[in-house]
Design a protein around this ligand. Structure first.
Ligand code: BGC
Length: 874
C-alpha cells in the first residue's frame, strides 16, 4: 500500500528554468498502488535565499495549487518539495525530491542593456542568408556561484561557451508570431563559465525569422538580417554579479555554413572550418573578424517559453542501402521521420556529398514532386583532413529515404556512415495504446510519429514540403489526440498566445488560417470555419485534458472574440456565404486537384460547427461561473440551432446525404425532434453500409464520426470502418506500409504510385484524430471530469479485438486499462492513481465507482449484472 510523489512541477513547465510566472502554481504527481487513497492535506517547503519556509494546507487539491510564498523576483530561484497526507488511516507520502524553479528576466531593464546585434556587413537581400558567428571574450575575476545565459536570435541559434555547446535545444528559439512574442531561452551555464578567461559564441541562421517561408517564394517575414540578443549573467561567490550583454563590442564572422534554410537545407563547406576553429574559446585570434552593429529593438516582447524546446530525441539507423532504377544510391531508414542526417565520413578535400530527402519512392526513385519547391537537400563539402562527423544546423526534413550523391569512392557507405537524428518539441510522453489487432496498433504508432513530426515548436500541417505552417484546422482536428499522447499543455498555451495576438491585429478578431500568419501583416483570407473554430474547440479540449481554469479563462477572450466579432454572419446569425470555405477538406471524393471539393456543402459544415462552438462557449462560461455569458450563449445556441434546421434540414433530412452531414447533425445534437433524430441515426448507418464501411469524411467530419456512432449506439459500425483496409480507410495506409499518417486517404494509390495532387503529404496528423476515439472507446480510458481527477473507464470491445492495453499518465499518476475477451468472457484490470477515482463500466454492466489502486473486473459480454469486482489488490 505504497504512495509517494513521483514528480513535482510548476505551472505547465516540463522544466521550470527561466519561467515568467512569479508565483507559479505547484502540482505533484503520485506513484504507488495505494488503495482508495485520497489526499486530505499537504505540506510544502520552499527554500529561498537560504531560508526554508513551511506551509501546511488542508486541501485535497494536488494539481496547480497556489504558490504559498512571496512572489519570486527576476531571475530568482527557489527549491520546493511537497508531501501529501492521506485521509483517515491512510499513509502520508514521503517528502518529494527538492525541485528548483527559477524566473527568467521579468522586465526589459533586467536585460542590462543587451541589444540585438548583427554582423557589420551587407545582408543578403531576397535570398538565403549566410549564418553568422558572434563572439565575445570575457574574464571573470573570482569564483563562480552560478551562471545563466539568456539568449534568443533573429533567426535560429546555437550557443557555445568555451568551446562547449550550451544546452541541447535545436532550432531554438522556435517559431512564434515574432512581431508580438519573441521567446528567449534560459540556460544554466554554471559549469561552462570559468574563473579567468572565457569566450562565448552564438551561431545564428535565418530560421523562420528571415528565411523563406510559406508561399510564392516569400522570405524575410520579420526582418532581413540575422542577429542575436543575449545576456550572460554570472554570480560570483563574493556576491558580485557580472553581466555580459550583447552590444557592439561583440565580433562577427561568417564560417563554414554557407546556407542553412528550412525548406531547402544546408550547404556546409568544411574546408572553411579552420577559419573559425576555436571561435567560442578564449585566445581565439579574431583579427579578421567583422564588427557588429546594433539593430532596432525587437518588435515582439521578449518572453519566456511556455513550451519545452525542440530537442534531438531519437536516432534511427539505416535499414537498407540500395540502388535506384537510374543507379542512384538510396537509403531507407524504415520510418518516416523529421530531423536530419548525421554523416560520419572521410574523403578527399572538396568532395561534395549531397543528400536528398523524401518520404516515399516512386518508380524506384525518390518522390520529390510532393515536396513542391522545397529542395530538402543538404550538402557537405569535405575538408580532407581525416574522418569527420557532421550534421546540419538550421533546417529539418521530413523523410524516410535519402539519396546520397558524391560519397567518396574509397569510403564505405555503411550503417556507421549515416544516422537519422529525429527531433520534435520535447514534451513528456503520457499516453500509450496497444491491442490484439496488429494493424490498428501500428496505426496508433503512426499517429504518434506524425505528432512528433508536426509538433515542431508550433503545430504544423506537414514537415516536408514548402509549407510546415501552423494550419489551424489541422490543429483543431488533432488537439484531443495530442493531449492524450503527450503533455501538450505548455505547447498549446504558447501557441494560443500567438493566436490571440494575431486575432487582435487590426481589431478584426478573425482567425488566420495558419498561425504564425505569413506575411505577418496579411489580411485574413479566407475567414474559415473549423480552422478559425480552433479558438473555441482547442481551449475546451485543453480544459478537458488538463483541468486548468486559469488557462481556460486566459483563452476565453479569443473564443468570445471569434464568435462575437470575427466570424462573419448573415442576418440569421449563420455564416455569411460570400467567402471561400475549406469545408470538409480532403473528403475522399475530392479530386486530386481540388482538395476542398467535398461532398458535404462547405457552409453546412461551417454552420454546424458554429452551432456547436456556441454551445461549447456556453460550457466554458458555465465552468468559469460567468452566469450572464452562459445565458447569452445558451440563447444564441438555441436560436442558431433553429436556423440551422431551417437552412440545412427538411423533415430532419440533411441537405447532403453524407457521412459528415449526419455525423455532425447527431454529434452536435442539431436535432430537437426525437423521431427525426432516430431516423437520422438510421440514415447515417445506411450511408455507411451503402458505402461498404469505407470512410466518407474529410478533416472536419472525421473527428465527429466515431463519437456520433457511439452516441447512437452504433459502435460496431465504427469498428467495421476502423478496421477496414481498402481505400479510403485508416488502415489502408498501414497496409500500404505507411509509418506515419497521411494527408489524403490515398496519398499513395493502390498501385504504389503517388497521388498526382499537389496536396500529397505522407505526414499530416489530421486524419489521426480518430485515435482519440480509439483511446476512449477501444481502450476505454477517458477523463470523467476535466483534468482526470475522475477517470471514466468504459471500454466497448468490438471488431474481433480480443485485448487492449491503454495507459495514460495524468497529473495524478498512471491510469491503465487492460482488458481481454475470451469467448463471451470479459476481464479487465484497471489502475487508478492516488487522489483520483474512476467510474468503471464493464461492457453491459452498470457504473461502479472505485478509488485508487489496482482493480480486477469481469463479466459476460452482452449480459447485464454479471459485473463483479473480484478482487482488489492494494
Ligand atoms: C495544408 C492543410 C491545411 C490546408 C487548408 C494545406 O495546404 O497542408 O493541412 O489545413 O492547406 O486549406
Amino acid at each position: 500500500m505504497a504512495v509517494s510523489i513521483s514528480r513535482l512541477s510548476f505551472e505547465h513547465h516540463r522544466s521550470a528554468l527561466g519561467i515568467a510566472e512569479t508565483q507559479p502554481r505547484i502540482s505533484w504527481r503520485f506513484a504507488g498502488d495505494a488503495e482508495d487513497w485520497e489526499q486530505s492535506s499537504y505540506d510544502i517547503e520552499i527554500r529561498q535565499s537560504g531560508d526554508t519556509a513551511s506551509y501546511s494546507t488542508q486541501s485535497a487539491e494536488s494539481v496547480l495549487v497556489d504558490w504559498p510564498a512571496e512572489a519570486l523576483k527576476s531571475g530568482e530561484q527557489a527549491t520546493v518539495r511537497a508531501r501529501a497526507h492521506g485521509g483517515d488511516g491512510q499513509p502520508s507520502t514521503p517528502w518529494s525530491d527538492w525541485v528548483s524553479v527559477e524566473t527568467g528576466l521579468l522586465s526589459g531593464d533586467d536585460w542590462m542593456g543587451a541589444v540585438p546585434i548583427a554582423a557589420d556587413r551587407e545582408t543578403e537581400k531576397g535570398r538565403a542568408k549566410r549564418p553568422v558567428h558572434f563572439r565575445k571574450d570575457f574574464s571573470i575575476e573570482g569564483e563562480i556561484e552560478m551562471a545563466r545565459l539568456y539568449v534568443t536570435a533573429l533567426g535560429m541559434y546555437e550557443a557555445e561557451i568555451n568551446g562547449e555547446r550550451v544546452g541541447d535545444a535545436v532550432l531554438a528559439p522556435g517559431w512564434q508570431s515574432y512581431n508580438y512574442r519573441h521567446v528567449y531561452n534560459t540556460y544554466d551555464v554554471t559549469d561552462l563559465v570559468e574563473q579567468g578567461e572565457n569566450a562565448i559564441g552564438i551561431l545564428v541562421g535565418e530560421g523562420w525569422f528571415a528565411g523563406r517561408m510559406a508561399f510564392n517564394d516569400q522570405r524575410e517575414h520579420y526582418g532581413d538580417t540575422v542577429g542575436a540578443v543575449a545576456l550572460l549573467k554570472a554570480t560570483l561567490k563574493n556576491g558580485t554579479v557580472v553581466h555580459l550583454p550583447t552590444d557592439t563590442s561583440w565580433e562577427a564572422s561568417t564560417g563554414p555554413v554557407l546556407d542553412s534554410e528550412i525548406y531547402d537545407g544546408e550547404i556546409y563547406d568544411s574546408r572553411l572550418e579552420s577559419d573559425v576553429k576555436g571561435w567560442s574559446s578564449p585566445g581565439f585570434d579574431s583579427k579578421d573578424w567583422l564588427g557588429t552593429k546594433e539593430l532596432p529593438p525587437l518588435r515582439g516582447n521578449l518572453s519566456s517559453p511556455d513550451s519545452p524546446p525542440i530537442r534531438k530525441n531519437l536516432e534511427v539507423k539505416p535499414q537498407r542501402f540500395f540502388k535506384s532504377d537510374s543507379g542512384k544510391q538510396l537509403v531507407d531508414f524504415g520510418q518516416n521521420l523529421v530531423g536530419w542526417l548525421r554523416l560520419n565520413v572521410e574523403g578527399p578535400a572538396g568532395t561534395n556529398i549531397t543528400l536528398h530527402h523524401a518520404e516515399v519512392l516512386e518508380d524506384g526513385e525518390l518522390a520529390l514532386r510532393t515536396l513542391r519547391s522545397a529542395k530538402a537537400r543538404d550538402t557537405l563539402i569535405l575538408h580532407g583532413n581525416g574522418p569527420q562527423v557532421w550534421e546540419p544546423h538550421f533546417t529539418f526534413h521530413g523523410f524516410r529515404y535519402a539519396q546520397v550523391d558524391g560519397w567518396p569512392e574509397d569510403a564505405d557507405l555503411t550503417e556507421e556512415s549515416l544516422t537519422a537524428v529525429v527531433m520534435w518539441t520535447d514534451m513528456e510522453p503520457t499516453g500509450d495504446f496497444k491491442c490484439s489487432h496488429g494493424l490498428l496498433s501500428k496505426f496508433l504508432e503512426n499517429v504518434r510519429w506524425s505528432m512528433r513530426g508536426n509538433f515542431l515548436s508550433i503545430p504544423t500541417d506537414c514537415p516536408q514540403r514548402d509549407e510546415r505552417l501552423g494550419w489551424t484546422g489541422d490543429a483543431h482536428a488533432f488537439g484531443p489526440t495530442s493531449n492524450f499522447l503527450y503533455d501538450t499543455a505548455g505547447f498549446w498555451r504558447g501557441w494560443h498566445r500567438d493566436v490571440w495576438s494575431e486575432m487582435q491585429r487590426n481589431g478584426s478578431m478573425q482567425v488566420p488560417s495558419f498561425i504564425p500568419t505569413l506575411p505577418p501583416d496579411s489580411k485574413v483570407d479566407p475567414v474559415a470555419a473549423y480552422w478559425g473554430d480552433v479558438v473555441v474547440g482547442n481551449p475546451w479540449n485543453l480544459y478537458r485534458a488538463f483541468g486548468d481554469e486559469r488557462v481556460l479563462r486566459e483563452q476565453l477572450d479569443q473564443a468570445r472574440a471569434w464568435i462575437d466579432t470575427g466570424l462573419p454572419r448573415k442576418d440569421d446569425g449563420l455564416w455569411d456565404r460570400t467567402g471561400y470555405q475549406y469545408g470538409d477538406w480532403l473528403d475522399p471524393k475530392a479530386p486530386p486537384d481540388d482538395a476542398g471539393a467535398a461532398t458535404t456543402h462547405p457552409y453546412l459544415v461551417a454552420d454546424a460547427y458554429l452551432v456547436e462552438m456556441t454551445r461549447v462557449l456556453s460550457e466554458m462560461a458555465r465552468t468559469l461561473g460567468e452566469k450572464d455569458l452562459v445565458d447569452e450563449y445558451t440563447a444564441q445556441h438555441e436560436k442558431l440551432r433553429g436556423e440551422f434546421q431551417k437552412s440545412w434540414m427538411a423533415d430532419g433530412k440533411m441537405a447532403n446525404r453524407t457521412q459528415t452531414a449526419y455525423a455532425l447533425g447527431l454529434e452536435f445534437n442539431l436535432y430537437t425532434n426525437e423521431t427525426q433524430r432516430a431516423a437520422a441515426a438510421q440514415t447515417l448507418r445506411d450511408i455507411i453500409a451503402d458505402n461498404d464501411y469505407l470512410v466518407g469524411t474529410g478533416f472536419a467530419g472525421t473527428p465527429a464520426l466515431g463519437p456520433a456512432l457511439e452516441r447512437i449506439g452504433a459502435v460496431e459500425d465504427f469498428y467495421a470502418m476502423l478496421l477496414e483496409t481498402r481505400v479510403p480507410s485508416w488502415l489502408y495506409q498501414v497496409d500500404m506500409n505507411g509509418t506515419t499518417t497521411w494527408e489524403r486517404w490515398d496519398s499513395m494509390l493502390a498501385n504504389g504510385s503517388v497521388n498526382p495532387g499537389s496536396m500529397t503529404s505522407f505526414n499530416h496528423y489530421a486524419f489521426g484524430s480518430v485515435a482519440d476515439w480509439v483511446h476512449g472507446v477501444v481502450g476505454g480510458l477517458r477523463p470523467g471530469e476535466p483534468g482526470w481527477r475522475v477517470v471514466r473507464v468504459a471500454p466497448v470491445p468490438g471488431g474481433g479485438i480480443t485485448s487492449a492495453d491503454t495507459r495514460f499518465v495524468s497529473q495524478y499518476g498512471e491510469n491503465r486499462v487492460q482488458w481481454q475477451v475470451d469467448g463471451d468472457r470479459f476481464s479487465m484490470e484497471v489502475r487508478v492513481p492516488p487522489n483520483a477515482v474512476a467510474e468503471v463500466t464493464v461492457p453491459g454492466g452498470e457504473v461502479r465507482k472505485v478509488g485508487s489502486g489496482v482493480h480486477e473486473f469481469s463479466g459476460k459480454i452482452g449480459e447485464k449484472k454479471e459485473q463483479d469486482e473480484e478482487e482488489d489488490e492494494g
